[in-house]
Design a protein around this ligand. Sequence first.
Ligand code: FE2
Length: 174
Amino acid sequence: MPNPFEEAAAKGLGAVKAVKGAIQGLHGVFNTLVQQHGEVSALLSRASVSDDSQKRLELWSKIRTELLSHEKGELEVLYPAYREYEELRYYADAHEKEAEQLAALIGDLDAIETGAAEWKEKLEELILTVKAHVEDEETRFFPEAAEIFSREQSAELDQKFKANKEAIAANVAH
Ligand SMILES: [Fe+2]
């Protein structure tokens, strides 16, 4: 069972990040994505400090669902919109590479028993990769696009992204 405190802490970090994003001029879908970065980062930190294999397994199940549905939603909804603007295409390509890296690491972690020392090493690698993804998106990919996309466009993308992510999350095998 997910620990309600951890769920609340993850949501809390997500909410704090969303407010920060809005202050930085982000809007619509970008705020949703920043919020999810905060939530998954909090879950990753919890997994990183846990030595209990069962606890790790519970957290991992949630983390992989969150990461896979977030990335797929970005690939299917957000970045195709970037490709409509010449000046944003580079970011769509860069993100595709990051998404491949993340998917490979998630596959690696799935194949390792959560009680193994190797699992923790891989998790740390994933944490660094997620940090790099978050940094790239929040400091460059999102602010650049937030200046080009209208608020209406990013609100529409937000609706599409949320519906898409929910559908994917429901289909991600636990
Ligand atoms: Fe992201």
